[in-house]
Design a protein around this ligand. Structure first.
Ligand code: RIB
Ligand code: CA
Length: 311
């Protein structure tokens, strides 16, 4: 029985590895991939998704463009991490496969209304703008979503774009607040997890050793993507964030955490986008999300590498 998913993403090299992992995994039925503005503007993220699908030999995948800016704020991008194209590290031709007609947010709403309730999982790899907009436009979809599994936030690990906020949540904290209060089953892959999955030389070498073109492209992306974080954190390898969302769907046993209350800071400029996690249960606030805190990093890279070999 395959699991139906919609991927919402802002590629981004780490998003790209997540999309390759999903495309290589027969357990997953990808109903569509929706671009959001984040790491780079929407004009690039919608092209990058199609480049990634073509690297995987999947020009059949339905790719849509969603929102071009956060719900209430101006866009913050991260070319300093991902490069000007958002997929620096390997030169790829412009995509040939088409961008689907219509708005990506409408695609999310229409798909959730068409599919059996509780059978579609949202995989959010970027700012939550498309999802917050969909929930605002069509509040009825909240009860139809099986689960939202998102890369975002941080607690014990702090932030990465500000001292207290992780990029995806910081870019659109208002959308994040809508998503975290919509009552959906919510599972969070925060920096506390993704900072354990580091692209060390040994792990990248195992992907390079696959000897396939998708692996060659993936290594180019990883080699480019790690340089910013290696310089910032003074470690070997960079945190590979987004593929943890897909790996969680495939092998949840690699992860552990707990159901907590998670609130989003949406007003303080100092801590805008902070995920306030009541890990120790000191409040009576509703436990609205599972905050994952630990991952078997070697198991994660083994899964990623063995699946990339299938492309
Ligand atoms: O903070 C890391 C997240 O922000 C990742 O999803 C990365 O791709 C960027 O979107
Ligand atoms: Ca991303």
């Amino acid at each position: 029985m395959t699991r139906k998913i919609i991927i919402d993403t802002d590629p981004g090299q780490d998003d790209a590895l997540a999309i390759l992992l999903a495309l290589a995994s027969p357990e997953l039925d990808i109903l569509g991939i929706v671009a959001v503005a984040g790491n780079t503007p929407l004009s690039l993220t919608q092209v990058n998704i199609r480049k990634i699908c073509e690297v995987a030999g999947r020009p059949d995948v339905k790719v849509f463009a969603g929102c071009s800016r956060p719900m209430m704020r101006k866009l913050v991008t991260a070319e300093h991490v991902h490069g000007a194209t958002g997929l620096d590290g390997y030169d790829l031709p412009e995509p040939v496969m088409p961008l689907q007609e219509g708005d990506g947010v409408d695609f999310i709403v229409e798909t959730l209304r068409r599919e059996e309730p509780g059978t579609v999982t949202l995989c959010a790899l970027g700012p939550l703008t498309n999802i917050g907009t969909a929930l605002s436009r069509a509040p009825d979809i909240a009860s139809r979503i099986q689960e939202i599994v998102l890369m975002g936030g941080g607690y014990f690990e702090g932030g990465n774009i500000t001292p207290s906020a992780e990029f995806n949540i910081h870019v659109d904290p208002d959308a994040a607040e809508i998503a975290f209060t919509a009552g959906m089953k919510t599972t969070v892959l925060p920096l506390d997890v993704t900072h354990q999955t580091l692209t060390t030389r040994k792990r990248v070498a195992a992907i390079r050793a696959l000897g396939t073109r998708p692996a060659e492209v993936a290594v180019g992306w990883l080699e480019f993507f790690k340089r910013f974080d290696e310089a910032k954190y003074g470690i070997e390898g960079g945190p590979l964030h987004d593929p943890n969302v897909i790996a969680y769907l495939l092998k949840p046993e690699l992860y552990s955490g707990r159901l907590c209350n998670i609130e989003i800071e949406t007003s303080s400029e100092l801590t805008l986008g902070e995920t306030v996690v009541d890990w120790w249960g000191v409040t009576q606030r509703p436990k609205n999300a599972t905050f994952l805190r630990h991952v078997d990093a070697d198991g994660f890279f083994s899964l990623l590498t063995e699946r990339l070999a299938l492309l």
